[in-house]
Design a protein around this ligand. Sequence first.
Ligand code: SF4
Length: 491
Amino acid sequence: MRKPRRTVDWKEYELVKKYSDSEEKLKSFSKEGHLKVALIYPNSYRILSGNLGFQRVFEIANSVSGISCERFFYDEKFNRFYSLDSLRPLDEFKIWMFSISYELDFFNLVDILKKLKVPVLADERKEIHPFVLIGGPLVTINPELFYHIADLIYHGEAEVELKNVLNEISKHLTDGKKVVFEVLRDISTVTVPSLNKKAVGEAIYREVINDPAGSIFLTKYGEFKDSFLIEIGRGCFRKCKFCTIGNLYGYFRPVKVSAVKEKLERALALLKDTRDFKVGLIAPAVNDHPKFEEILDYLEYRNIRFSVSSLRADTINEKLLRGLLRSGQNMLTIAPETGSEKLRTFLNKKISNELIYDKISLAKNLGFKKIKLYMMFGLPDETEEDLIESAKMIEKVSNMGFNEVVVSVSPFVPKPRTSFENLSFQNIKILNEKQKVLKVRLKNVKVNIGSFRESFIQYKLDHLDSQNILLLLKVLEERGKSEALNFIKNL
Ligand code: SF4
């Protein structure tokens, strides 16, 4: 393994080592595979460690015979990018597999390629360059982003086809990339840009989930500090009009309770003597699990502290709230989206204001000290009245006696593959006017209003086609990131 020579590289090396050393591994993987695969999360270590999908891909890749997969993350100061698993630099790896979740990570992905002098455009890369495979939730939202960058794009959930794809790559890469492309062209959920072959859909795991994704390591530096994360369900049946998850899957796939318990028992056996840990239950709406009460009973019986990734306000109940309090969580987080019941109903999130206030009061009376509200503005058909309703809701909740009220109001981003996919991002002048309506009424409440610019860039990246992405990449190459971010509004 090549050790860093320059001071700046040592700093990078030491940071990766610090995170690597902080990890308590719950599963070990052989490093003997002849084909070195780098699994890259183009965002921070903090976010990587809270991403169960990324950890699942890592497990799957390492289960392929002949492959040894290692994890990498992004930091804008990095130049070499060292592995969390062996501290080897990224340029020693033959396959670079990116798992990409957020729109702005697109720029981080490009930055990694550029820093390691790998041509960003796939058709400029030669056999000596790494094979670039791209997957993750952003591929589902807009695969066009990667059409000129990736050698291969994987669409959908890893369990379905990824093992097969990696297996074929492992078998045929020594014969050349073109051979790999030909071998994989018939897989329906894979895009092979060089053959002009696009996927015809996503790989969706339709079986009952008997082996839920779970943390393979714990760290104090993660978004969910020292938490063992476990998925208890995928997808959502609610179909809120703005939401990709609800519109894409249309149904909820709960994990069998027996599988949840089995996985947690294994984690308990491994961790009970080494550290004080919490369980993080992960699903688009955890309390939509049909046997959620049974999971709560089990956690209480085993005296396991827990937190939840996200909750539906209408199905919050006393048992859940007491469980969270027992676990030391005294902040309730809910997403009313808007204070206007009319607009919320139009969004197909059919929860009344009365019910929202009831659930918040219940939390307050039981002992919750803090509350966090997620809301949006710039929504379709939104009127000044609707904004006033939002301000009233924020004000009312602020006066309910919590020690801390955190309100986040973000500009609405119409997402592809939702009911609003053909809508434009709201005009910035109108958004400014709307922001004023909220601010005038909320002088005494701290409200975090999301960045218009960042939301607009997200919107553009969600909707641009591959030809426009090519133009963007050209500007990025010639004039740098800040110019590219300005240029995006012309596309
Ligand atoms: S917003 Fe939540 S409840 Fe609505 S569809 Fe999306 S995941 Fe389901």
